[in-house]
Design a protein around this ligand. Sequence first.
Ligand code: SAM
Ligand code: CA
Length: 258
Amino acid sequence: MATTTTEATKASPTNGEDKQSQNLRHQEVGHKSLLQSDDLYQYILETSVYPREPESMKELREVTAKHPWNIMTTSADEGQFLNMLIKLVNAKNTMEIGVYTGYSLLATALALPEDGKILAMDVNRENYELGLPIIEKAGVAHKIDFREGPALPVLDQLVADEKNHGTYDFIFVDADKDNYINYHKRLIDLVKVGGVIGYDNTLWNGSVVAPPDAPMRKYVRYYRDFVLELNKALAADPRIEICMLPVGDGITICRRIS
Ligand code: SAM
Ligand code: CA
């Protein structure tokens, strides 16, 4: 396709703007983030997500919506994305850190083959038990090995046994953001070469680009520096390829390459 004059004009440095800053800035060629528009997001949900959402996920989403901490749940479009990703990479042995009521867990369990496995960890069993009857009814509870408690000691135990190294096809991390770097140090040994780790909330409510003195909720401010540090560390890690997607609150997909 021929390049239009407008695109060509916008792509070249103009008005004294120095070439380097031009190269680093995103170029405005009509693809500003979709997430700037509530209407477009609603369109995605109504056109592509809700009509294809399994009944069990809808039920779990509705139960979770009544829970006081429902802000923590994975969004329906991200659930659909995770389900697709797991199928695309043919995952069988998986892990999830941060379960809450189990929306992403159910998205994972439904995507796995009958003999697929999920090692699922959360410090809170009560919330998991809210979703469990729905997961059982969906016929996928046998794939889940739920461990109540902090994830880090479990990971340490797994790493201590070399047999576990390189055995996970897919890992979803959606828990305490101040531990993501600690998780990464361990998960990189546990995921297989070619396997995928997804770190959730890497755009952290948009706060990653907010000025330090901008008004922010207390928990957003507290975790912000950890998310910024993680994003830098992932971008600099030669053992992985990465792709940061503006799905949900931002998810960074890491593919282990060495
Ligand atoms: N993936 C979930 C979903 O789809 O609904 C949402 C997870 S929620 C954002 C974060 C969860 O991490 C909470 O349920 C919390 O109890 C859990 N969590 C916090 N610290 C943790 C830790 N150290 N180890 C394991 N889980 C932890
Ligand atoms: Ca999340």
